[in-house]
Design a protein around this ligand. Structure first.
Ligand SMILES: Cc1cc2nc3c(=O)[nH]c(=O)nc-3n(C[C@H](O)[C@H](O)[C@H](O)COP(=O)(O)OP(=O)(O)OC[C@H]3O[C@@H](n4cnc5c(N)ncnc54)[C@H](O)[C@@H]3O)c2cc1C
Length: 339
C-alpha cells in the first residue's frame, strides 16, 4: 500500500521534492524550513572535518566595522535567528543558542571613541564596553539535526545530474530540484563556477585556560575568545585572501598565540577552514537562470549563524510560494556571469 505524501510524490514522478548538497549551517537551515513546509528532502554531505561550519565559533555580533554600526538587516535577521534556534533546540532536545555579552578590550583610543560615539544611539551597545551578542554551538546543532534527516554521507557529483523539463535525476533518484549548499566548494561546481566567489581562509586555536573564568565573548583587536565550556575557549580568527590550501599554518598559530600571551593557556587544537564569501558580502540565493531545477544557497561569508536562518526562510517562501527574493540576496544580480 502506498501512503500519504509518498503517493503524492509518485504522482509527480519524483522520489523527493528537494535534494540538498551540503549540511553546514546553510544546508541545515534550508532543510529545516523545507521540512517544516512539508517537503520531502534528501541531503548529501561528505562530512569533511574542516568545513567552515565545523570550524566556526558561531558568534552573532550585531555590529560591524570600525564605527560599530549595526550589521546589514540585523534588526530583522537577529530576532528571526533567535526564534529559529530556540525552535530547533526544542525540537531536537539540545542547547545551542547562548546569549553572551561581547566584552571589548580596547587596543586603541580610536576604537574606544568610536564605540562611545555609537553607544549614544545604538541599542545593541552597553556601557562601558559591551555589545549584546550570542554564539551558536554548531557542534551541538548540526549533528542533532543530521539525525532527523535523510542523509547520504557521500560526495555528490554535479556532473552526473540529468535535467528534464519536469525534474532532475541523479543515480536513479528523482527530485523537483537540487540546491547546492556546498560552502567554499561551490567555485568547483560546473553550474556555479562562473560566479565570482571571494573565499577567504580563517584559522583558530582551541585553548584550555582555567584562569579565564568568563561566560562573555572577549574581543581584543582581531582576536575573539569564545567560551566553549569546561575551561575550553575558541580563540581566533585569522583572515587571509592569500592561501594555497585549507590546512592550519604555523604562522597563523603563532599570531593567535601572540595575542593570547597575557592569558595562561594550553593549546588543545588548531583548526582552519575557508569562509564561503561572495564579492558583495551578501548571500547567493536562487535558481539557475538557464538550468531548470538547479539552485544555490551560499555566500554566508563570516556571518553564517546570523544570516542563514532568515535567508533560508526567504528562499523556501520563494520556492514554494513564488515570493520574490530581496534583490540584495537574489542570485539574479549575477545573471550576466551565468550566461
Ligand atoms: C575560522 C572561522 C571562523 C568563523 N567564525 C564565525 C562566527 O563566529 N560566526 C559566524 O556566523 N560565522 C563564522 N564563520 C563563517 C561560517 O563558518 C560560515 O558562514 C558558514 O559556516 C558557511 O556555512 P555553509 O553551510 O555555507 O558551508 P560549510 O560549512 O562549508 O558547509 C558545506 C558542507 O557541504 C559539504 N559539501 C560540499 N560539497 C559537497 C559535495 N559535492 N557533496 C557532498 N557534500 C559536499 C561539506 O562537506 C560541508 O559539510 C567562520 C568561518 C571560519 C573559517
Amino acid at each position: 500500500m502506498v501512503t500519504g505524501i509518498f503517493y503524492v510524490l509518485l504522482l509527480q514522478n519524483v522520489n523527493y521534492d528537494y535534494i540538498i548538497i551540503g549540511q553546514g549551517i546553510a544546508g541545515t537551515m534550508l532543510s529545516w524550513f523545507l521540512k517544516k513546509a512539508g517537503q520531502e528532502v534528501l541531503v548529501y554531505d561528505d562530512a569533511q572535518s574542516n568545513s567552515s561550519s565545523k570550524v566556526a565559533a558561531g558568534i552573532i555580533n550585531p555590529v560591524s566595522g570600525r564605527k560599530f554600526e549595526t550589521a546589514w538587516l540585523y534588526d530583522t535577521i537577529f530576532p528571526f535567528a533567535e526564534k529559529t534556534y530556540h525552535e530547533m533546540e526544542e525540537a531536537l532536545g539540545i542547547v545551542c543558542f547562548h546569549e553572551r555579552l561581547i566584552h571589548n578590550i580596547w587596543s586603541s583610543q580610536q576604537m574606544e571613541d568610536a564605540f562611545n560615539e555609537s553607544l549614544k544611539t545604538n541599542p545593541w551597545l552597553l556601557e562601558p564596553a559591551f555589545v549584546k551578542g550570542a554564539n551558536i554551538q554548531l557542534n551541538a546543532l548540526l549533528p542533532a539535526w543530521r539525525k532527523k534527516l535523510n542523509v547520504k554521507e557521500e560526495r555528490f557529483d554535479a556532473t552526473q545530474i540529468t535535467i528534464t523539463s519536469t525534474h532532475i535525476e541523479y543515480q536513479n533518484i528523482k527530485a523537483k530540484a537540487v540546491i547546492f549548499c556546498e560552502g567554499a566548494q561551490s567555485p568547483a561546481n560546473p553550474y556555479w563556477r562562473k560566479l565570482k566567489f571571494l573565499p577567504n581562509k580563517g584559522e583558530a586555536l582551541i585553548i584550555h585556560a582555567p584562569e579565564l573564568q568568563t561566560n562573555n565573548i572577549i574581543k581584543k583587536g582581531n582576536i575573539t575568545i569564545v567560551p566553549m565550556g569546561e575551561d575550553l575557549y575558541w580563540a581566533g580568527a585569522t583572515f587571509s585572501w592569500d592561501y594555497t590550501d585549507a590546512l592550519p599554518t604555523e604562522s597563523a598559530k603563532e599570531s593567535i598565540a601572540q595575542s593570547l600571551k597575557n592569558i595562561p593557556h594550553k593549546i588543545i587544537d588548531h583548526i582552519a577552514a575557508i569562509r564561503p564569501s561572495g564579492p558583495d558580502r551578501r548571500p547567493l540565493v536562487g535558481m539557475h537562470p538557464h538550468q531548470p531545477g538547479i539552485g544555490i544557497f551560499n555566500g554566508m561569508g563570516s556571518k553564517g549563524c546570523s544570516l542563514a536562518p532568515w535567508t533560508a526562510d526567504q528562499f523556501v517562501k520563494h520556492l514554494l510560494e513564488a515570493t520574490p527574493l530581496k534583490p540584495e540576496i537574489d542570485i539574479k544580480r549575477y545573471f550576466n556571469a551565468l550566461r
